[in-house]
Write a protein that binds this ligand. Structure first.
Ligand code: ATP
Ligand code: MG
Length: 738
């Protein structure tokens, strides 16, 4: 196994000192001991990388051991996924073992303890035993069976094994000290009866060893030298040593060391909770790309190298703390930055017609996969023509100060191509922009092109681009500590998965292999999903955005990666804990936005409720004035909701859409099909009244004068009082006209 640079952490120091002192005959053996009762997650990754890293750095060996001492929760599916995940992350192990391989040896050791008076069978119920153990400030009481003769205990223990007793009828306990200051040492349980089928040993056993007894023995049987576990086992170390000392001598004699387990912001890492997310179908499975499981991270496009960088970044400590998820995201960006070629895709297209480009003429531009890094080589043809698509968010009718994208009369560069100017906005029936017309500056490409300022936007050719399945993933939870909530499910981020149904990609991406990674210019890093991609038609998972969209304060300095350098850790404190209510009161931009909403007719209490509970979360740190949704638009959204035109579930979807792409709330409501059915009925009634009043025009329309549709539409709109949105009215109108 290749040895790597010596890790710098307290465990490496301990091992180095052991080797220097000649302990364990110069051997180093570590192990990673998962219980096969769930998929591995990013916390396990920390432990795996630590154990594999230490063994390799010191020329030692690492074992993968399934700690399968609990027959009721374990499943073969997990045994397989765990091996695949460990191999993906850290490569191969020197030895694969199962705790259950040692059941016979453990049993023999237990008989020895009984014979030597160091263990006894207690025939009391487990609740009584628990009560008698006392607590930190209350000594324990001895069981009446504590001093039963060794021969009697041995006989009972053998009969336990033989299946003579029901579950819970008796247990095997160590005889240590019922007044021990460490409660764990007050005659702990070693074996209990469980008439249960085991995934490997079948029905051979009906007694199963407890973790505290089994674990040190597994380590000893395997010749483990350094048994590394998480801090919550610190007080169990005394029992670990007692078991080994009572049953030694061992060569090598394993030692237990503890380190801080990983707790990560905006994430749950409890297997029980992850299982619940899967079981209740809150996610699509253990490998849902939003899950913190290794299977999920892999499917999201995260590489093992990024996880290694992350583990190095957070280090190994002896005190627990919550790790800022920004560090993981930073490691992902730093890793992908250097491995993802740059490509063009548009998520929410807005057509742009270049009126001075000859219709039908397509120019194949040659664009490098690595702009600005010619030494990396590689390019592909990208079609350019009269009809293009740009990102809806890259156009603003009324650009805010500092806007560097497209707006009426303004110019931008299309990435890798020409500069264009927007001359005209084409509007839909509701007045919303549905397309742009503009002109291309043909002199803006090539070596003599004049360098002018302004922004660059991404684009694709309308006709030659291809539709693409795109999933935009975000943090699964909306709060930093979901575990601290009364119900962690309430903290789920409703926007953690969004789709971009109209997304288009440049034609070269059709050839992208499943499992490949690209940066879609200005949109983020994307991974061709290995499960859902079809030949010629990849499905794309967004691994991560290019910038931290959650950071409330400006992104910490030092986050920009120097080319080819090691990532520098994000500076400054973990994400700011400013409460949303504070923000409302103290942030002038927020209160100005709220005032605009109220001026547009929204009721103040509901506007501020929607602002605090939903909008700020959806804005994810983008200052409100920079959102595509204006304060007035937000006010009209709130009025729609208060008027009962949309259900509250629909309202959240609608707001997320508006925050992502702007537009008139009523028009988006209709476009998304979220309008209340009874509202549609009201519109239909209004349309019927309007048509009745427009008898002659209706007859002329039906006789073939189709251009009268606009007149009829106007009449119907007036009849609805202008509150109904044009698309719904239009649809009702067409239905009634037949
Ligand atoms: P549970 O106790 O809920 O079954 P677990 O997370 O302890 O779950 P195990 O399968 O027992 O799961 O863990 C295997 C190894 O991974 C253990 O050595 C454990 O210390 C380590 N580990 C588990 N969670 C973390 C974490 N969040 N950070 C670091 N190491 C972890
Ligand atoms: Mg465990």
């Amino acid at each position: 196994m290749p040895s790597s640079a010596r890790p710098s952490n307290f465990l490496a120091d301990i091992i180095a000192a052991d080797l220097a002192a000649g302990r364990n005959g110069g051997r180093v053996v570590t192990r990673f001991p998962p219980e096969p009762n769930g998929f591995l997650h990013v916390g396990h990754a920390k432990s795996i990388l630590l154990n594999f890293g230490l063994a390799r750095a010191f020329g030692g060996k690492v074992h993968l051991r399934f700690d399968d001492t609990n027959p009721t929760t374990e499943e073969v599916e997990y045994v397989e996924s765990i091996q695949a995940d460990v191999r993906w992350l850290a490569g191969d192990w020197a030895r694969l073992t199962y705790a259950s391989d040692f059941f016979e040896d453990m049993y023999r050791c237990a008989e020895r303890l009984v014979s030597e008076g160091k263990a006894y069978v207690d025939s009391q119920p487990q609740e009584v035993i628990r009560e008698q153990r006392g607590s930190f400030d209350r000594p324990g009481t001895a069981s009446p069976f504590r001093d039963r003769p060794a021969a009697e205990s041995l006989d009972l223990f053998r009969r336990m094994r033989a299946g003579e007793f029901a579950d819970g009828a008796c247990v095997l306990r160590a005889r240590i000290d019922m007044a021990h200051p460490n409660v764990i040492m007050r005659d702990p349980l070693l074996y209990r009866i469980r008439h249960a089928h085991h995934h490997r040993t079948g029905d051979r056993w009906c007694i199963y060893p407890m973790y505290d007894y089994a674990h040190p023995l597994e380590d000893a049987f395997e010749g483990v030298t350094h048994s590394i576990c998480t801090l919550e086992f610190e007080s169990n170390r005394e029992l670990y040593d007692w078991v080994l000392d009572a049953l030694g001598p061992w060569d090598p004699r394993p030692r237990q060391y503890e380190f801080a387990r990983l707790a990560l912001g905006y994430t749950v890492l409890s297997k029980r909770k992850l299982l619940q997310l899967v079981g209740e179908k809150r996610v699509s499975g253990w490998d849902d790309p939003r899950m913190p499981t290794l299977a999920g991270l892999r499917r999201r496009g995260v590489t093992p190298e990024a996880l290694r960088d992350f583990a190095d970044l957070i280090g190994v400590a002896k005190n627990n703390s919550l790790v800022d998820i920004g560090k993981l995201e930073f490691a992902l960006r730093a890793d992908l930055e250097g491995r993802a070629p740059r490509a063009l895709a548009v998520l929410r297209p807005l057509p742009l017609e270049l009126t001075n480009w000859p219709a039908g003429r397509v120019e194949e531009l040659t664009l490098p996969w690595w702009p600005g890094e010619p030494e990396r080589g590689g390019s592909r043809p990208v079609p350019f023509g009269r009809d293009l698509l740009i990102e809806r968010e890259d156009f603003a009718e009324e650009p805010p100060p500092g806007w560097r994208r497209l707006a009426p009369g303004r110019e931008v560069r299309l990435a890798g191509a020409y500069r264009v100017r927007c001359d005209e906005v084409v509007r839909g029936p509701g007045g919303e922009p549905v397309a742009l017309r503009g002109t291309v500056d043909l002199a803006s490409l090539g070596p003599d092109a004049e360098k002018r300022g302004g922004g660059t936007v991404h684009w694709v050719h309308a006709g030659r681009s291809l539709p693409a399945e795109v999933r935009l993933y975000d943090r699964l939870f909306a709060v930093e500590q979901p575990d601290a909530e009364a119900d962690f499910l309430q903290a789920l981020n409703p926007g953690s998965l969004q789709r971009a149904p109209g997304a288009r990609m440049e034609p070269a991406l059709a050839a992208a292999a499943p499992g490949s990674r690209y940066q879609f210019l200005r949109l983020g890093y994307f991974f061709a999903d290995p499960v859902d991609s079809r030949p010629g038609s990849p499905a794309w998972n967004r691994t991560i955005t290019l910038k931290d969209t959650w950071a409330r304060p400006a992104a910490p300095p030092g986050l920009r990666r120097e080319p080819r350098a090691r990532p520098a850790p994000p500076a400054g404190p973990a994400s700011a804990g400013r409460s949303q209510a504070d923000l409302l009161a103290t942030d002038p931009a927020v209160s100005a936005y709220l005032q605009e909403a109220v001026a547009a007719g929204a009721a103040e209490p509901s506007a501020s409720r929607w602002l605090v509970n939903e909008l700020l979360g959806l804005a994810r740190g983008t200052p409100l004035p920079a959102l595509p949704l204006s304060g007035a638009g937000f006010g009209r959204f709130v009025s729609l909701v208060d008027a009962g035109k949309v259900t509250s579930a629909g309202a959240k979807t609608l707001l997320a859409d508006l925050v992502a792409g702007g537009g008139e709330p009523a028009a988006r409501l209709a476009a998304l099909g979220l309008a209340r059915v009874d509202d549609r009925a009201a519109v239909a009634a209004a349309v019927a009244r309007a048509l009745a009043a427009q008898g002659p025009q209706v007859e002329r329309y039906r006789a073939g004068e189709k251009k009268l549709l606009g007149v009829l539409l106007g009449a119907a709109m007036r009849e609805t009082g202008g509150t109904a949105d044009a698309a719904v009215v239009r649809q009702a109108l067409l239905e009634q006209l037949g």
